[in-house]
Write a new protein. Structure first.
Lengths: 340, 340
DNA sequence: ACTGGCACTCGACTCTAGCGAGTGCCAGTC
DNA sequence: GACTGGCACTCGCTAGAGTCGAGTGCCAGT
């Protein structure tokens, strides 16, 4: 079923107007505000077709039209023109991110920036450990039978774990252990460490052995099994904009979903930088978020991907701007982290 | 102005009923559900007095009574009977917190637990750095002119900073530096470190000096100036319970306030463990939270205080239960952290 | 293929009336 | 003097009726 150019123009106009006004748009308004060059009656015919095809719908019989998820999808895929960031926005990005003092700081600033610019809920994943390499391992004696293991990743992330040793261990041995694990593991990607850790255990004999065995399990736990992804969130207050019109009245399910880290990870995970992912309404796998749209992408230096970031908002959002902003912020953060 | 026992009983009954039903309570209901031993008419007279004194009010002329902030205050101070935790709750607390693997984990679990038990928004402050001691300092070379400084506190918190050295520095010197700072600083409370850091700089001469000077400024920054307090939050979805009856319709200001770490710190900061703080409605200094109540306390092993935790909810909350839960969780966490 | 005109739909808003929970007050009782 | 039963009154809530108007679908005409 063909949609000629004018019908597409009408759809675009409907989306743009609806996003701007938040009210169902009628045929008359449409011809007034856009140069469509035809009469309202003609537009109405086009609308009827668009509705039949499922791109728009009427909230009630005697109301204007509203885009459906499918309509937004078509808009995003084929109709939206890229909206370049304003100089003010560019400046905001730069200003916001300079002076970040450590990784936590970078992430926090980023998520706030994103929330502020898009006026939506922003989500930023910390650089994934799975894609990081070991920069340094540190063993700090806490008592004679306890060590604290600290792992520093090249992305700046730091993980810590307490190691309960099977028996007391002299300080010199701790130094030996530290040296051993560092020699073997520094520089390798976390995902690749298991065989090396195993090798470590095999190599060691004598008094050090029991300690090394314990340490190895904690190491594996820290490096691969339990490397929790971390996530930062900001801008939940933005959900309340637009009264309760969006999200049919209840923020509940959305807030609930946003508290689940697992859910958030699914949301923004696994997209290569430069590729944008837009999930509109029903396209979301997470039921609680069927009333929202999610715009996300990966970030990282160049093509490598360190983590994901994105925003969650009403399906009725300004896609072009949002997409542009998310992309810009992702790029900026990627570059910033590359400097470490 | 004297409030005799029965008037107090009436106030208590009003608070309890209103909290339970969320609806203005009238004199008839009151005598039905509580054994007050008098007629509705008498209760009405008491109510009139209570209203005059500002403890309750009528939403509209022909409605029942609702407690005012002042009424809740009196209730909390003098009328509420301690509600011991149910065994199920005790068990939940224990189950929730065992198996926590590091500090992050403890804090996250705690905040979720608290949100779940109280069915409100929970806030937990990480153990404050100001009250921690240095357990270990680590210097990891990142490049020839950059070090990563990692500070491990006895509370389990780990802070990191990048140090840009004035010039290249050989690995051996890094080892020397590390030894120096550790010798001098390990074991002292962060707040007490500045003179020691200064002493360190004065002691060192020769090639190491410029590096030490730079390091010292970063040290000071990390240890005292910029030790950002960290905070965890959970349960915002609980704000939506009770429809929009609480919070007169808009969650906006509350969500906004909850995103400001500074605000949160003020909320839950600086109460000794065992002392509970309850701020009801207007008693809150933060304007955005005038419609809420905050129940908070400090936690820590014994009497020392490591940080604060608490919950934020509608003024119409079940104070006895909430207070009991917050206290119990705080104790539990305090003990848990004492084991490190 | 487009347009002007027209009848129609239906939500939003206003107005009115009736209901009933809850009150304040007062005279009467223990 | 404290409490009670009774009664008139208030006022928010709900339901129903009426009106308005934006917006539509359809059709005949250009």
């Amino acid at each position: 079923m063909g949609l000629d150019d004018r019908k597409l123009a009408v759809l675009r106009a409907i989306v743009e107007d609806y996003v701007a006004t938040q009210e169902p748009v009628g045929s008359k308004m449409l011809v007034e505000r856009h140069q469509l060059g035809v009469s309202p009656a003609t537009v109405r015919n086009d609308m009827a077709v668009l509705e039949e095809e499922g791109y728009i719908r009427q909230p009630h019989t005697s109301a204007g039209r509203v885009p459906t998820d499918r309509g937004y999808r078509l808009f995003v895929d084929r109709l939206s023109r890229v909206k370049p960031l304003t100089p003010a926005e560019r400046r905001a990005i730069e200003r916001f991110l300079v002076g970040a003092v450590d990784l936590d700081d970078v992430v926090h600033r980023t998520v706030r920036l994103l929330a502020q610019l898009t006026r939506q809920v922003a989500v930023v994943q910390y650089p994934s450990l799975a894609r990081s390499s070991v920069r340094h391992l540190e063993l700090v004696p806490v008592s004679t039978t306890r060590l604290m293991l600290v792992m520093i990743a090249d992305t700046g992330r730091v993980e810590q774990r307490l190691v309960e040793l099977p028996g007391p261990i002299p300080p010199d041995d701790v130094i030996d252990l530290r040296q051993l694990v560092n020699e073997k593991l520094v520089g390798t990607r976390l995902a690749d460490t298991p065989p090396l850790v195993q090798a470590l255990v095999d190599e060691v004999s004598g008094e050090l052995r029991p300690a090394m065995v314990t340490l190895s399990t904690v190491l594996l736990e820290t490096l691969v099994e339990r490397h929790e992804e971390r996530i930062a969130l900001a801008g939940t207050a933005n959900l309340t904009r637009g009264g309760l019109l969006d999200f049919q009245g209840s923020l509940r399910p959305i807030l609930e979903a946003l508290e689940e880290e697992v859910v958030l990870l699914k949301l923004i995970g696994e997209v290569e930088p430069s590729a944008m992912r837009v999930r509109i309404g029903d396209e979301n796998e997470i039921d609680n978020l069927r009333a929202t749209s999610v715009v996300s992408t990966g970030y990282g230096p160049g093509v490598t991907i360190l983590g994901g970031l994105g925003v969650v908002g009403p399906t009725r959002m300004d896609y072009p701007s949002t997409i542009a902003t998310v992309r810009a912020v992702a790029r900026y953060v990627g570059d910033l982290l590359a400097q470490n």
